[in-house]
Design a binder for this molecule. Structure first.
Ligand code: EPZ
Length: 446
């Protein structure tokens, strides 16, 4: 795609996005509380596994078929980014076919990358397959600076030459060469980027201090299904055996991404807060061990099955002390939702956020509904209150939005939750799913 064509594509994409989503940006949810949730809810495929796995199709010179890709804004963005490079994306019923047989450019434009930082994951596969990539620096986001220095350090270890020019990562290499890379921090994105880069590198790559999140394991499972040899995914020591692109083979059946453990945790907490009985199904509870153990210690009554958790009516829970950490520690993506629950338990709780530097933006908004939270550095003291009251509140980021919905479900009276596009980035039809469980939620188009 020439520069001119790319400029036209970008203008067209932005115009269509603005037209299509303009109202959507101002959508709000009106929630009438309190409610008691009852019934069962099917968890969607995991956003944080779907994104890297869709990017990994850049390594495959053939169409890849997926089953039940979640309909999320972030998934839409990554598919638009792949299409802007020449990838063909077609939907067939519940299946999505992604064909990266021929790309016409290796450029990830700022217009798309700024809306979703996971776009930086295209760096590894583009370098591995084409030896060249120009990827906009993602910039920060609401919850923190979120640099990509670990991604870039790893790519250089694999032999890439990298410059930063006008806000873009300009990377090139003759051919990536396998290496041993020790991550200073078990970064999820850096681990994913480096696994993908290593697939077509010459020789073997070992990633030490790798992130162990289940989404990494799922990315590895997807690559193994294409014929890649990877050992140790899901542990802190991952080995990838580089191969020639011709050895990659399309698997016989469509790939289905794992259930979203963060969405599952959100619904489990919603059910507990509303003192309801809900069966949350379609995910692996083993991916939520720390969260489930914490909830049971707080007094929740849960039946944990192979692919479901049944939340049973429980008495008022007690407070807890938690600290977020890389997997298998307490997940930062459940911190805000847990704080919503802690707002209404008996006694005090303490939450310490160690992963992101600014992930307490839900606190002032929850305060408008009556929660009592005192912040000190990266810790929050939550004093449990009897109940919350409905109020107009504003979403600031994805998981903060989830916390506000949880509070609104049990608050007495009406809450108006604004800027729900934050929520739509990472939760598939959450208002429809909650309504089916008995919540009183109305989406008002912006
Ligand atoms: C992934 O983000 C998830 N996003 C995040 O989920 C999740 O919170 C995070 O992992 C931690 O579990 C996706 O998978 C799309 P990191 P990622 O690299 O890869 C610092 C959600 O709500 N860091 O493990 O960006 C970084 O600043 C989202 O679904 C560097 O300093 O997370 C952060 O403080 C939010 N340099 C910490 O590490 C780097 O090069 C964790 O980042 C990379 C990261």
């Amino acid at each position: 795609m020439s520069i001119n064509q790319r400029r036209l594509f970008k203008e067209e994409f932005l115009q269509s996005a603005q037209k299509h989503f303009s109202g959507w940006f101002m959508d709000k949810l009106i929630v009438e509380g309190p409610c008691t949730l009852k019934g069962s809810v099917q968890i969607s495929s995991a956003k944080n596994a779907t994104l890297p796995i869709l990017v990994a199709t850049l390594l495959c010179p053939y169409p890849v078929t997926f089953d039940s890709i979640p309909e999320l804004m972030d998934v839409g963005t990554i598919l638009k980014l792949l299409q802007s490079m020449g990838v063909k994306v077609t939907k067939k019923g519940s299946q999505t076919i992604v064909d990266a047989s021929h790309l016409d450019n290796q450029h990830a434009d700022y217009a798309l990358v700024k809306t979703m930082r996971a776009s930086v994951l295209v760096l590894g596969p583009l370098l591995a397959r084409y030896g060249v990539a120009s990827v906009s620096l993602p910039g920060g986001c609401a919850i923190g600076a979120r640099p990509v220095d670990i991604h870039l350090m790893g790519m250089e270890k694999l032999g890439a030459e990298i410059e930063i020019e006008n806000g873009y990562i300009k990377a090139h290499c003759k051919k990536l060469k396998g290496a041993t890379i020790t991550l200073p921090f078990p970064s999820v994105g850096a681990t994913e980027n480096l696994i993908m880069a290593a697939v077509l590198a010459e020789g073997t790559t070992i990633i030490e201090n790798a992130a162990m999140e289940p989404e990494i394991d799922d990315l590895a499972d997807f690559l193994i299904a294409q014929g890649v040899k990877i050992e140790g995914a899901g542990t802190s020591h991952i080995t990838v055996h580089g191969m020639d692109i011709k050895q990659l083979k399309s698997p016989a059946k469509p790939y289905r991404v794992i259930g979203d453990r963060i969405e599952a945790a959100t619904f489990i907490i919603a059910a507990i807060m509303s003192k309801g009985e809900v069966r949350v199904e379609g995910f692996n509870p083993k991916h939520l061990t720390y969260v489930l153990e914490t909830l049971i210690k707080m007094g929740a009554s849960l039946e944990v099955g192979e692919d479901f958790v049944l939340v049973k009516k429980s008495q008022r829970l007690k407070g807890a002390i938690i600290e977020t950490a890389p997997y298998p520690g307490f997940p930062t993506d459940v911190q805000a939702q847990m704080m919503a629950l802690m707002s209404v338990v008996e006694g005090n709780s303490v939450v310490t956020e160690t992963i992101f530097e600014n992930r307490f933006m839900h606190v002032p908004e929850m305060g408008r509904m009556g929660s009592k939270v005192t912040l000190k550095g990266n810790s929050a003291l939550i004093e449990g209150v009897e109940d919350l009251s409905g109020a107009p509140v504003m979403c600031t980021d994805l998981r903060a939005s989830a916390a506000l919905i949880l509070c609104a479900l049990i608050a007495s009276g009406e809450s108006e939750i604004q800027r729900v596009y934050h929520l739509d980035r990472g939760y598939e039809k959450i208002d429809e799913k909650l309504t089916k469980l008995g919540a009183k939620i109305k989406r008002v188009k912006g």
